[in-house]
Design a protein around this ligand. Structure first.
Ligand code: GDP
Ligand code: MN
Length: 377
């Protein structure tokens, strides 16, 4: 999966005719100021950190400026910031438009329906996860005919757009559909899609390109900025490691068990912050490496959930005990372990000798780790 930074996503949008604010990228405060003085970016302007995590608006990674000096100051404040684990190296400067309403629009795949799906909501500008279900319309789209006139009119109605604004939506949806299909995207999202007067403008762009189509898109092969620094290290060590927003670390084996473990934690109010899939390994050193990597992500608590198969319980236990001895005191974390399956007895014995208890019940172990991380959200 290749996640495009906002400015790259907008470059793609521009190619397909999605309306955008005037803007340009800066990599230093001086460059930011000069974009404004030269008039490349009109004032007042918006200055946005180019990180992949969402919630920049709330998190102080989007600022406004009325003068070149303010643009310089805002750029100084944002560049070099660490936002949700990502260092800000690039800024997008854009003209600040007077927004009448903020809407939400996306195209993605509905894997259970096996169809692309159009999602639209009149409540844009906030994370879509926080919008109640009844305020979001989900319209499956048949991939061959694409968006029909009826589907576009339904979207206009949901978004409360009439007249020229509805026309603007009609054209924008055609462009967005082209982006989704031709670029082999698994997600294109505009949030917020702003109503400015009676036209629509994409103020944000989130584009994710499907890995399986990478052979058709050599232009995306060089993009590496979709991984956090720790994810980059993990990738070099061939460890499946993904950082999320929460505070609980998960170490499991196999994609299925790993995903199920995340779900179970959420079920009990926990927020997974990073997960690591040990996969199939019979090398305790690899397990140690995985734990050391996990420690660097600084989780509040870690849940080790292993079902021994190829990866035997005693292998994991040995690697774990080894790692615990090597983690710097400042990076230590409360651990809840659950190891079952192949060589379970031996594994539990090794853990016990190191003062770690394996909790047999999935429910009890998940609840315990949520408690250790500060309780249910
Ligand atoms: P995100 O929070 O990371 O998704 O960043 P967004 O690109 O969505 O920007 C966050 C918020 O900044 C938006 O919801 C808008 O309220 C505000 N914003 C961004 N661009 C503009 C603009 O051109 N004009 C105005 N008035 N507000 C903007
Ligand atoms: Mn946004």
């Amino acid at each position: 999966m290749v996640k495009l930074a906002e400015w790259r996503g907008k470059e793609v949008f521009r190619k397909y005719g999605v309306p955008l604010p005037k803007g340009a990228v800066a990599r230093s405060p001086d460059e930011a100021r000069s974009l404004v003085t030269k008039g490349t970016v009109p004032l007042p302007c918006v200055i946005k950190a180019q990180v992949l995590a969402g919630g920049r608006g709330k998190g102080g990674a989007v600022k406004f400026a009325n003068t070149p000096e303010e643009a310089h100051a805002a750029a100084t404040a944002i560049l070099g910031l660490e936002f949700k684990g990502e260092r800000v190296k690039e800024l997008l400067l854009e003209e600040k438009l007077p927004i009448a309403r903020e809407l939400y629009l996306s195209l993605t795949l509905d894997r259970s329906a096996r169809l692309p799906i159009l999602m639209a909501s009149a409540q844009g500008g906030v994370e879509i996860e926080s919008v109640e279900d009844s305020a979001i319309v989900r319209q499956p789209i048949h991939p061959f005919p694409g968006l029909s006139g009826y589907e576009k009119r339904r979207a206009a109605k949901v978004l409360g757009l009439i007249g020229p604004a509805a026309k603007s939506l009609d054209r924008l949806l055609d462009s967005l559909w082209e982006v989704f299909m031709r670029e082999d995207a698994e997600l294109v999202e505009i949030n917020p899609l702003a109503l400015v007067g009676d036209r629509l403008v994409a103020l944000d762009a989130k584009v994710i390109i499907e890995d399986d189509a990478s052979f058709r898109h050599p232009e995306y092969a060089e993009i590496r900025d979709d991984r956090t620094p720790l994810e980059e290290i993990a990738r070099e060590k061939e460890i499946a490691f993904v950082q999320l927003d929460g505070n609980i670390g998960v170490i499991a084996n196999g994609a299925g068990l790993t995903m199920a473990t995340l779900d179970v934690l959420r079920e009990f109010g926990g927020r997974p912050g990073v997960f690591l899939d040990l996969g199939g390994t019979d090398d305790p050193a690899k397990v140690t490496e995985a734990f050391l990597l996990m420690a660097q992500a600084k989780p509040r608590a870690v849940f080790l959930n292993i079902f021994g198969g190829v990866t035997k319980c005693d292998t994991v236990a040995k690697g774990l005990v080894q790692a615990m001895g090597n983690i710097p005191a400042a990076d230590r974390f409360p651990l809840v372990a659950r190891i079952r399956g192949n060589n379970e007895k031996e594994g539990i014995e090794i853990l016990r000798a190191a003062g770690i208890t394996s909790v047999a019940s999935l429910k009890e172990s998940a609840q315990a780790v949520v408690r250790e991380a500060g309780g249910a959200a």
